[in-house]
Design a binder for this molecule. Sequence first.
Ligand SMILES: C[S@@+](CC[C@H](N)C(=O)[O-])C[C@H]1O[C@@H](n2cnc3c(N)ncnc32)[C@H](O)[C@@H]1O
Length: 504
Amino acid sequence: MNFYRDSTWVLEYVEQQEAKGQISGSLQTLVLQSCKRFKLKTNPKHIYAVVDSCWKYKPYLEKIMKKSGILEDIPKKKGQPMYQRLTLLLLIHDLLLSKSKRIQMGKHPIKSYVLKYKTRLNAELVKLKLKLKVKDLATAVDGPDDSESGEDDAPPVRWIRINPLRCTKDKPVESVLEELKKKFTKRVDHWNQIVSGSIYYDEFIPHLYGIHPRDKITSHELYKQGRIIIQDRASCFPAHILNPTINDVIIDGCAAPGNKTTHVASYMFGGEEKQDISHVQIHAFEKDPERAKILTKMVKIAGCSKQIDVNVGDFTKLATPENFPNVSGLILDPSCSGSGIFGRKYVDSLNRQRQLQKKQQQQQQDEEEEIPDEQEDYDKKEDLKTRLAKLSSFQFQVVKHAMGFPDAKRLVYSTCSIHAEENERVVIDLLLDKKVQEAGWRVASRDSVIPNWPRRGLVDEFKEVFRDTAKEEECERMADGCIRALPRDDGGIGFFAVCFERDL
Ligand SMILES: C[S@@+](CC[C@H](N)C(=O)[O-])C[C@H]1O[C@@H](n2cnc3c(N)ncnc32)[C@H](O)[C@@H]1O
């Protein structure tokens, strides 16, 4: 039972993080984080295996549970249901979808309760498969022939950057590259040619390299010494776009775990002529105390503790323009839906599921049984809409606050979301805001925002709003100023970045 209890906590944590839009890493990272946080004794690898699979099949398992009636009959103790929904989901997952098709525990009342429903659960699974026209649910989730194509949900490349802050005259950046070349002997011309043992030199971000995700790097001395840092390519875009110098004072408003903060520091203090700066020039804010601890650790490993102060609390309250009058640039990477990171397959499977459901519903329009599913589909869409509306309003507030610093000339806003609601539409809402207009902020043009990156913002989003007030070229200029990256297709996570600038 301990295994299911621990896995329930982790699954609950993942669910909460997703609801709060605080998914800022892979599912694996989240699982490991929560295992540590709850001091769980169960092997995290085992928990990850079951949580990963449950998360993938969750929409289907919930449907099966609902239709089987298992949730309506849960015995109660002092008026409260004795078994949690997510524990039941985990047990049902193992019973219906695991290799052994068995619940992995001895005699226990919850096991007996689930087994009482075994026939109905199996019947609902069969009905669902028929409805989705698939042999097994894996096809519905992963798509047909996926196993043959060998594609999985892991990132296609592991990106590592050399950290100049940990390099010295005696051991310069070049010496780190020489070390890397010993392990990764073959240089390839494109990230999609990467195989185990090879290395790709990125064309967009200085000192960034792609290696095969299966090649272990975390046990390498360079990694342990903080000379190389694992960071997705798209996540390196904001610091590169901001391009701060040693004379800047920067705020990172949503900083943990600190990848972008330390990357910003590398632009400011990692130049050839390193100066011994021992005063703070980067102010990092993080409202989650646990994540702030990780941020502090990362800053230390990266070798920039003297130049970065970590402030624990809400950026929009703690960082007032009066307290930071000389801030010249900001990085804003607030919590988002994480739809660019959180398993492309998961997003694809949801879309595929919706399409299949729609098709099915059309075919069976007249059957009364389908009406509740239509309602369910509608509810899910509404849920996503409500969530995105909440997130985008928060993102808007964070960036608008950042735009109030009197000396700020350039700020970069980014998300790891694929949804226009959190990306172009937040940009548009800001441009429509009177105070933002009065302060003189505009979208920076492509020429200062990684011009050679081919995938840009969605121009139709701008045209839809500004059609009457702005010329077509201005809409194109603004969309061109934005950067997008698609999950997997562009060699990493899904991402969005935009730079605002003004003349002072
Ligand atoms: C997407 S993550 C940032 C990732 C980070 N920029 C990096 O590259 O490593 C968003 C972070 O913002 C924090 N956050 C959200 N709202 C905040 C606020 N109002 N003030 C400060 N931090 C906030 C969240 O707790 C979370 O750690």
